[in-house]
Design a protein around this ligand. Structure first.
Ligand code: SF4
Length: 272
């Protein structure tokens, strides 16, 4: 069950800071968030990606079991809580709420019939209640939501560029169908094959771009798009269309989407 919320809805949204919600969760991160998390840990983005992420840099790694035997987030310290609190990703800022974007419309939701906080922290019902708008504002979701939406758009742009190479750039008109097979592998193989499909240079360019962390979010998205599309112009079209397609899948996964579902839709559109 999914409940769609209005900004004025009042809910038990005062956090107890018990950390129960830092266990057993699927926390997706965009490259913009990865850069901020790395900075918060005093690490280079590459080191953070290798040490603390999985699924091709799109998900925070889980660590040792903690609350209810569930694995704790790799950024969680049982003694002090979140070690990257100021840089925590959008998913953590939203929790226990979720955010959906469909056709340009943003919806704030919560999953399940019961309000999620009441499971891990039943004492939350004794604390002051907040409106959804006040809670989201206090969590500083604004720039993180902008970055998330920018990466959804970039994912779509990269998929479109891959389609353009196939259908207008001549790749799809020949008898060589290796591109189609590689698209299928990228969808069915999932995150574990994306670094292989992309190769090291593309994988780095997509997940840990060399952009100054102080860059404005909109400009960051432009620079990141240019960096990936720049690599595409350097590669043969049959290679570039595969790497653009895998990059689009990776970024769709990073923003919280189901890459396998979207990938199969793209395969169907391409007649693969
Ligand atoms: S990043 Fe921080 S707030 Fe988010 S799940 Fe991990 S420990 Fe918790």
């Amino acid at each position: 069950m999914r409940t769609v919320l209005a900004p004025s809805d009042v809910l038990p949204l005062t956090c107890t800071r018990s950390g129960t919600c830092c266990h057993g969760k699927d926390i997706r991160i965009t490259p913009w968030e990865l850069a901020r998390l790395a900075q918060a840990r005093g690490l280079a983005p590459r080191a953070f990606r290798e040490q603390f992420t999985e699924d091709a840099g799109t998900r925070l790694r889980l660590a040792a079991p903690g609350w209810r035997g569930l694995p704790a987030c790799s950024q969680y310290d049982p003694a002090s809580g979140c070690t990257v609190h100021a840089a925590r990703p959008l998913a953590c800022r939203l929790y226990p709420l979720g955010r959906e974007v469909q056709g340009g419309e943003v919806r704030i939701i919560h999953e399940g019939a019961a309000f999620p906080c009441l499971d891990g922290c039943p004492e939350v019902s004794d604390l002051p209640r907040l409106t959804v708008a006040t809670y989201l504002d206090g969590q500083g979701t604004g720039p993180f939501a902008v970055a998330r939406d920018a990466y959804l758009e970039l994912s779509q742009d990269l998929a479109e560029a891959a389609f353009t190479l196939v259908f207008d750039g001549g790749v799809g008109s020949g008898s060589d169908r290796r591109w189609a097979n590689a698209w299928r592998v990228a969808v069915e193989g999932g995150p574990s094959v994306w670094p292989v499909v992309l190769g090291p240079d593309w994988f780095d360019r997509v997940t840990i771009p060399e952009i100054d962390i102080a860059t404005d979010t909109g400009r960051w998205r432009e620079l990141h798009g240019e960096a990936v599309l720049g690599l595409a112009t350097e590669a043969a079209p049959a290679v570039a269309c595969v790497r653009l397609f895998a990059s689009a899948l990776l970024l769709f996964q990073a923003v919280g989407g189901e890459a396998a579902v979207m990938g199969r839709r793209w395969l169907a559109q391409a007649g693969v």
